[in-house]
Write a protein that binds this ligand. Sequence first.
Ligand SMILES: [Zn+2]
Ligand SMILES: [Zn+2]
Length: 232
Amino acid sequence: ERIGTAIECAKRKCDWGLRENGGELGLASEGSFGPHPSLPYLKADLELLVFIDLVRGFQLEIMHVSTKTNYATKSIRDFEELAEFARDSQFPSHALIVRPNQWNDPPILFKGIQTIESLEEAFVISRNHSADRRVWVETDMRANHNPTRMQVLREASQKLANRLATACPVCSNPGWGSARIERGLPCQWCQTPTELARYEVWCCPKCHFEQRNPRSDGRTTAEPGNCPRCNP
Ligand SMILES: [Zn+2]
Ligand SMILES: [Zn+2]
């Protein structure tokens, strides 16, 4: 699914970068946008970073999910609707992409729109080329056109930097840290396991030693509101 595909994409980019530019260290990122993986009614930005160290011989993957995103798409009829979408999307500090809603060749696509003049122009041309006279608009998610995504990428890089600054207790390779969670935090009333994280599993990307640790926020029980038995 989405996460698996994104990891594959980031790895391919990273391999390609190493082949193309030579060198011993590779880094690539892949963002995907849409429903939050565990809270589907929220929108999320999911960032994957893949770091490859050819000298030490390991690969480290970082996944970072944030609900900080302006990600949105819409098919619109008139410029008023487009202006409203633009306001909600933090335009013009955040760029937009506009194209005809239904069209044939040649493809028409306006990217990186950051002025009202170019937004109007893109709207008129796209509407005139759209079979249904509607225009498709979406937020431009490229980091250099989207300060919110840039911020989330910075947070992801910080996670990577923290992992690389931490040595494995067994083999001393860099990259030791929390790699995934195990669900099943018990309900504070009835002890039934919930969907919430019970443990953080720390891993070494080199020797693959793993250690199950308590949650870093110290929580040991879940609210009954999260319990499938007390609050089904
Ligand atoms: Zn319960
Ligand atoms: Zn190790």
